[in-house]
Design a protein around this ligand. Structure first.
Ligand SMILES: CC(C)(COP(=O)(O)OP(=O)(O)OC[C@H]1O[C@@H](n2cnc3c(N)ncnc32)[C@H](O)[C@@H]1OP(=O)(O)O)[C@@H](O)C(=O)NCCC(=O)NCCS
Length: 158
């Protein structure tokens, strides 16, 4: 399994992953296309040979000094193999290369798999957001700060 920065050529494969993982709540193709095109955002893909089996979308938010992880998805048959954790770590490395050491994300408060994934790699729930998602679903706001004592997690910068 290899993780690399996503290119526009990966758009269809990323949309397949989005569809299979999020259904109606997936991003529109144009939104993902913009994530891949803009200088203040990027995407990563996890490859199993030539197949995209996972993807993450990220946005840099200089105003808040935050690297924001917008979406992480792994195809069902490839879950529980550490792929999401590896994708998030690669997101963090890319953020560090871009000068960010604080990362944030929102997650549905009933998405146990995602919450456990994020907490297992150092994210902490810092707040709750009511009605954040469609159908009135609430979210948790989670953060990880590499510079805070006691929370430091090793991120390799190449
Ligand atoms: C959430 C998601 C990305 C996790 O992907 P993954 O590749 O399976 O995650 P990992 O293998 O890195 O899991 C890391 C750890 O998180 C925890 N975890 C992950 N999924 C879990 C589950 N279903 N139940 C309990 N714990 C879970 C475990 O501690 C796991 O380590 P372990 O397998 O050694 O016990 C995946 O379930 C998914 O794509 N879900 C649909 C899309 C989604 O909800 N994305 C998140 C919102 S943006």
């Amino acid at each position: 399994m290899k993780i690399r920065l996503a290119q526009q050529d990966d758009l269809n494969a990323i949309m397949r992953t989005e569809n299979l993982c999020f259904g109606d709540e997936r991003f529109e193709t144009g939104v993902v296309k913009a994530f891949l095109a803009r200088r203040d955002s990027f995407g990563l893909v996890a490859m199993n040979r030539d197949e995209v089996v996972g993807a993450a979308m990220c946005v840099c938010s200089p105003h808040y000094s935050l690297g924001r992880i917008i979406s992480v998805a792994v195809l069902k048959e490839f879950r529980r193999r550490g792929i999401a954790s590896a994708l998030i770590r690669e997101c963090e490395e890319e953020f560090v290369r871009r000068g960010f050491t604080r990362f944030a994300l929102e997650v549905a408060s009933d998405n146990i798999a995602a919450i456990r994934t994020y907490t297992s790699i150092g994210y902490r729930i810092e707040g709750a957001i009511k009605d954040y998602y469609s159908h009135g679903r609430n979210a948790f706001y989670m953060e990880k700060d590499l510079t805070m004592d006691g929370r430091k997690t090793k991120v390799k910068v190449s």
